[in-house]
Structures are given as C-alpha cells and as structure tokens.
Ligand binder design. Structure first.
Ligand code: EPU
Length: 300
C-alpha cells in the first residue's frame, strides 16, 4: 500500500478506451485477476462473479455457452471485465448496468476492500462514479452479474431489428443475436490490432426535444432517438460525417472510412495529434450544428 500512497495511479482494464497524450509519470496497473464463479443459481437466474482481468468478450461467450442469457448484445466489446462498469459499456440496446449486481474492489484512499452496489456506482450513459469522484481512486477486482436462464432476446435496437426483419421466419435466439452483433461490428469497426482505435471517440450528444425539433425543421433527415426521459440522442457519427470528416486524415491521425465516430491511427500519429484531430472535429460540429460533443475516450 506504500506503493499506492507514493505514486499517482493509472489503472488499465485492457487500455482499449484510453488515449495517452504524454508519458505517464506514476504507477500503471494492468489488472490481471482471473476467474469466473457461479455464485448463486436459482430456477430463473444465475449470479456470476468474474475477475476484473477476464476479457469481456470471452466472458460473454462463456455465459452463452453455459446458457446464461442477457449479455449477448454486448459481444465483441474490447477490454476487460473491470473496465465494463467504469464506462458502463453498452451496445445494441443493452448496457452492462442492466445485468449488474455489485462489484468488489480496493479503495485507494482508505486502503480497504469495498463492495459497491449498483446505486453507489451511479451508472449512466457511458459514465459512472469511477469516471468522476472515484477516478483512479478505486481498483475494481471483480464484478457480479445476474443473468437469465431463459432466453429473452432484445432486438429493440434499430439496426438489429432491421437485420432480423430480413428473415421474417426466424425467431431470433440469443446465439443469433450474438452472431449478428459480431457480424455488424466486424463490418463497421476497424480490425482489432490492425488499426489503432478506441471505439467511439465521442459520446452521442443528448439534446432537448425542443432543440431537436428545431434541427429537424432545418434538415428533415436529422436523425435522433428519444430516450427514456424524453430527451433526444443524436448520432455523433452523423454530425461528424455531415461536417465532412468521414475518411479524412491529418497526417496519420484519421477518421475511419466505415464509421465517422471512430478515430484511427494510420501508423505513427502521437496521442497529441489524435487529440488535435478530435478537437478540430468538435469545433466544426459546434460551428455547424451548435452541438457540443463530449469525449467518450479517457484522455491521460
Ligand atoms: N452514422 C452516420 N455515419 C457513420 C456511421 C453512423 O451518419 O459513419 C449514423 C447513422 O444514422 C446510424 C447512426 O449514426 O444510424 C448510429 O450508428 P451506429 O448504430 O453505428 O451507432 P453509434 O451511435 O455510432 C453507438 C455506440 C457504440 C455501439 C453502437 C451500437 C456510443 C458513443 N457508441 O454507436 O459503442 O457499438 O452504438 O449499439 O454510444 C463504443 O462505445 O466505443 C461503441 C463502439
């Protein structure tokens, strides 16, 4: 614990959502705690405890193989289990918070082990207490999820619904969703390890219905999805593409050809150059639409 006291800490949960803009002067901790345990099994549910160092996608695959359902929409998300609550990872209509029960970790302020329930984690869209008050002050060591023993496929996400509408005779199951999500993600995301990227670089901005209606009166194809609390989520990718950035590059820092929300490193861009590109994009979306984009990626 003296090591923790005397050094600034940067915790990695795979590192796939972090942009380093300079060398980090402190302790970098790469979490490697393994293990998957079935903590409690009832007729309808199972509670699974996973070590923070397990790879997220492998965990999702293991759950599905064991016929524990719910996480299949979150296939192929990079990173480790411990990072999932930090970002409150989400995709294709599901967020990890929908199945989250609790987590265990080590509080770097009190130097005590601590269990945290969902409420204390303050999950919201790509956000949690671990990105705010507890940023770099808490090491997540394991996470508990409660999954279903019956399949309850969720194809509410537009792109998934459209995909399955092409096969009206198919009643999609969890494995179909898992396979489809993998296919869709593979089509539009860069191949892992080939082209450096951190997934979506920006969050999708959320505006009031009034502001959205005003936008719609100017441009009739302005996309937006009403959220549970009556606000409207706008695809940042659309704003970026409309601002002319898709496929552009400044040196080796670029916007991915197949998806405007993903910034890529074509080779030797520095973290700072990626950040400059991101700031230019942010500025031009502000100039064109009066909408402020927020980074999803953690800048260190
Ligand atoms: N679009 C464009 N141009 C593009 C790509 C997309 O205009 O180049 C528009 C289209 O209108 C499309 C809409 O954006 O319908 C939404 O695109 P997509 O379904 O690909 O989703 P997204 O909003 O860009 C979010 C998450 C992803 C997640 C997908 C699927 C955020 C910031 N990103 O992206 O999460 O995989 O939905 O659910 O919420 C991540 O967080 O790193 C991530 C990849």
């Amino acid at each position: 614990s003296r090591l923790f006291k005397n050094n600034k800490c940067q915790i990695l949960g795979g590192g796939s959502n972090i942009l380093f803009i300079e060398d980090f002067k402190g302790l970098v901790i790469d979490i490697n705690i393994k293990g998957i345990k079935y903590a409690e099994v009832t007729k309808e549910h199972v509670t699974i405890e996973a070590g923070a160092g397990e790879l997220w996608h492998d965990f999702v695959s293991t759950c599905l193989l064991n016929k524990f359902y719910g996480l299949e929409n979150l296939a192929l998300i990079p990173g480790k289990i411990g990072a999932a609550p930090v970002q409150n990872i989400g995709a294709y209509g599901v967020e990890q918070k929908d199945f989250f029960v609790s987590l265990e970790g080590f509080d770097l302020t009190t130097h005590q082990k601590k269990i945290m329930l969902a409420d204390e984690c303050r999950f919201s869209y790509r956000d949690s207490v671990f990105k705010n008050n507890l940023r770099d002050k808490f090491i997540i060591t394991s996470v508990n999820y409660k999954l279903k023993k019956q399949e309850e496929p969720n194809i509410s996400y537009k792109e998934l619904a459209e995909e399955f509408a092409r096969y009206p005779d198919l009643k999609p199951g969890a494995t179909d969703i898992f396979d489809t999500v993998i296919r869709l993600r593979t089509k539009k995301m860069p191949i892992a390890g080939k082209l450096g990227n951190a997934g979506s670089f920006f969050k999708n901005p959320i505006v009031t219905k009034k502001k959205y209606d005003y936008m719609l009166s100017k441009e009739t194809d302005f996309p937006g999805y009403v959220t549970d609390d009556g606000m409207v989520k706008i695809p940042a990718a659309w704003l970026i593409e409309r601002s002319g950035w898709k496929g552009q590059r400044i040196g080796d820092a670029g916007v991915f050809d197949n998806h405007a929300l993903i910034l890529v490193n074509h080779g030797n861009a520095t973290g700072e150059q990626i950040l400059t590109l991101a700031e230019n994009i942010k500025k031009s979306v502000m100039d064109n639409f009066g909408i402020s984009l927020e980074f999803e990626v953690n800048i260190v």
